[in-house]
Design a protein around this ligand. Structure first.
Ligand SMILES: *Cc1c(COP(=O)(O)O)cnc(C)c1O
Length: 377
């Protein structure tokens, strides 16, 4: 079965109890247990809920892992994965991580004694040199946010395997349609399903997929005891969103490519970051591990044109945080996703005050280009 077919024909396709072509939303918190019969499949919805299970089985299938877990948000998913580690453990993480992940790592390292080293993941020699006796894991995002830096997934997987480290990839920007880190040798995939998977800017959700039975058992315990589970309504919205992932992303990616080319020729744009452009130095590395450049790009507006003036002239793109919706979203990392980061750290990862990130939506591309064109003067 090809991927686009799998999006439609998976754990969610037919409800075995009724034949329904859309899964039921099970609100039950508790389930009757047959006193004569031991183990019940469902006991209490914090540990397992039938609607959530459909989503968890679906994402496990799409990422080709052995188990999926659905959480109340992408951050809850990340927090749950970080609970796999203990005080004194050392993690090697990418220096240009999602802002929320950066915040949680700083808190965990300060208050719980987790040692965290921030590295440039493109420098594999340096990554290897940071591995010590207490190192337990490597945590990456590729392409990174918001400057779309590419990390070599196979190389990180191989390096980690040599040292028995757990590898974690936040795959939010690509989704399993474009990139499948587990197949390239990584151990844990995380998604903010709020973005491309759910796809309509109407739900906050997080997913994790693992491929080792030992990590599966640990995460099951973390999910049920910490309890930051995804509710049945949000599970259902995410299940429905996933069905159209391929067609949405095909269109959004093609719109992103057209916008990237348009912007890279515009005199008021000083730089465009997008792994689909020949000017991206890691284009071929990205293409060796992903099926497309995705729908997110960033660009540096010329200082002649203030960011606020430019974004207030846009008619279609909404000016907001988040990405992966059907509508085009323009965001300003310096005051939005990276606002909590010290200005000097922001500069070091390329998040200047003139940097804007676009998450291309699925509008008619001619309308998008006309809109950007009229706003750029
Ligand atoms: C949005 C996002 C998150 C956080 O997810 P929420 O669903 O907002 O909690 C984590 N990682 C990346 C790459 C994101 O874009």
């Amino acid at each position: 079965m090809r991927f686009s077919t799998k999006l439609i024909h998976n754990a969610s396709t037919i409800d075995p109890a009724t034949g329904a072509a859309s899964p039921p939303i099970h609100h039950a918190s508790t389930f009757h247990q047959d006193p004569a019969n031991g183990a019940a499949r469902f006991v209490y919805s914090r540990s397992k809920n039938p609607t959530r299970s459909i989503l968890e089985d679906t994402i496990a299938e799409l990422e080709e892992g052995i188990a999926g877990f659905a959480f109340a948000s992408g951050m809850a998913a990340i927090a749950a994965v970080l609970m796999l580690f203990s005080s004194g453990d050392h993690l090697i993480v990418a220096k240009d991580l999602y802002g929320g992940t950066d915040q949680i790592l700083k808190q965990l390292s300060q208050r719980f004694g987790l040692e965290v080293t921030y590295v440039d993941m493109t420098d594999l020699v340096n990554v290897a040199s940071q591995i010590g006796p207490r190192t337990r894991a490597i945590y990456i995002e590729t392409p990174s946010n918001p400057t779309l830096t590419i990390t070599d997934l196979r190389a990180i997987g191989a390096l980690a395997a040599q040292h028995h480290l757990v590898t974690i990839a936040d795959n939010t920007f690509m989704s399993p349609y474009l990139q499948q880190p587990l197949k390239l040798g990584l151990d844990i995939v995380i998604h903010s399903a709020t973005k491309f998977l759910a796809g309509h800017s109407d739900v906050i959700a997080g997913l994790v997929v693992v491929n080792s039975p030992a990590i599966k058992t640990q995460l099951e315990q973390i999910q049920v005891t910490w309890g930051a589970i995804l509710g049945p309504d949000d599970s259902w919205l995410t299940i429905r969103g996933i069905k159209t992932l391929a067609i949405r992303l095909d269109r959004a990616q093609s719109n992103a490519m057209t916008l990237a080319q348009f912007l890279s020729h515009h005199p008021l744009v000083n730089r465009v970051y997008y792994p689909g452009l020949f000017t991206h130095s890691q284009k071929s590395l990205h293409e060796s591990q992903a099926l497309g450049p995705g729908a997110v790009l960033s660009f540096e507006l010329d200082p002649q044109l203030p960011v606020k003036e430019f974004v207030s002239r846009l008619h279609y793109a909404i000016y907001a945080v988040s990405l992966g919706g059907v509508e085009t979203i323009v965001s300003h990392p310096a005051t939005m996703s990276h606002a909590k980061m010290a200005p000097i750290d922001r500069q070091a990862i390329g998040v200047t005050d003139q940097l804007l990130r676009i998450s291309a939506g699925i509008e008619d591309v001619d309308d998008l280009i006309e809109d950007f064109q009229q706003a750029l003067f």
